[in-house]
Design a protein around this ligand. Structure first.
Ligand code: ZN
Length: 302
């Protein structure tokens, strides 16, 4: 019996690292993912949702930090069998915009986030569940789904960099034609944005504007100017947001319409970092070498 091995192996295992024999016979060290992530999908007005789910699953797994499961509803209508075990996961990523979940599933999800679960909201997931007040508190801001002044104020950033809450009546959610746009970091001290450039170009996407909602416990980390010349609101619109809901952490980005939008190295890094922060409250990932600059987009071709 090798004494060193008997001592060392339990330490490695307790650190989340398994020793195993590689195909070449040499011993290798392999990190086990620290966090369990669940992507919820199954219905969406974006027909590319199966592809974006696969892309996001790949991005999370590529960090080495996450194992990823998918919970999928029936293709249409309320699905009484949709009952994911949210509590098994440290973070839930929503790529869902469809029929209401069963009441028990909604309650289980509220309980999960309240108790400290992480939640990541991507693009049209903020169109979902316009009538579900707890969901709207979690995501802070949303669009479409019947949202209007009863949902909460429009929240955006003005020319002085101040957050504005505008209770004026009107529908929530709008975008002009897709185009590449500049993301401006508003809070570079947050774990998600730390080290990011002051501004960087995002690949062609829908620039969601006129989002509205309760906006409680909401911190805007980055914005994009919705240029009226591009059909936008003329406001600096939230693009990276974090919220607290009970003990839970929520990361919300309205970016990510198309497969090309989700191929932006900036989007990918924000998703990876946002999911880690939502799961753990910290970010251990370095910014990738190909993170975009203010001078041009950076797209990863599959
Ligand atoms: Zn879209």
């Amino acid at each position: 019996m090798n004494t060193t091995r008997r001592i060392v192996l339990p330490i490695l295992v307790s650190a989340g690292i398994l020793a195993c024999a590689g195909p070449n016979g040499y011993s290798e060290l392999r990190a086990e993912p620290r966090w369990k992530a669940l992507i919820v999908d199954g219905q969406n007005n974006h027909g590319n949702w199966p592809q974006t789910t696969d892309m996001m699953k790949g991005y999370l797994k590529a960090t080495g930090l996450f194992s990823v499961d998918i919970a999928r509803t029936a293709p249409q209508g309320e699905d009484p069998a949709f009952r994911p075990e949210f509590a098994k996961y440290q973070v839930v990523v929503s790529n869902y915009n469809g029929a209401p979940w069963p009441a028990e599933t909604r309650k289980a999800f509220v309980d999960y986030v309240s108790a400290g679960g992480g939640f990541v909201v991507v693009h049209a997931a903020n169109n979902a569940f316009g009538d579900w007040s707890e969901y709207n508190t979690m995501i802070g801001l949303g669009g479409w789904g019947g949202r209007n002044e009863k949902s909460g104020p429009y929240v955006f950033v003005d020319e002085r960099g101040q957050v504005v809450r505008d209770a004026k009546p009107g529908p929530g959610g709008h975008h002009g034609p897709q185009h590449p746009f500049l993301i401006v970091t508003r809070d570079g001290d947050h774990p998600i944005t730390r080290g990011m450039p002051a501004a960087w170009m995002h690949v062609q996407d829908e620039l969601y504007d006129f989002l509205r909602g309760p906006g409680e416990n909401l911190k805007i980390l980055a914005t994009a100017f919705a240029d009226p010349a591009k059909g936008g609101s003329g406001r600096h619109e939230p693009m990276l947001m974090v919220l607290e809901y009970g003990k839970g952490r929520v990361f919300h980005t309205p970016m990510g319409h198309g497969n090309n939008s989700q191929s932006c190295s900036g989007f990918i890094a924000c998703l990876q970092r946002g999911a880690e922060w939502a799961a753990s409250g910290a970010v251990t990932q370095e910014l990738p070498e190909d993170f975009p600059t203010a001078d041009g987009v950076s797209e990863r071709k599959p």
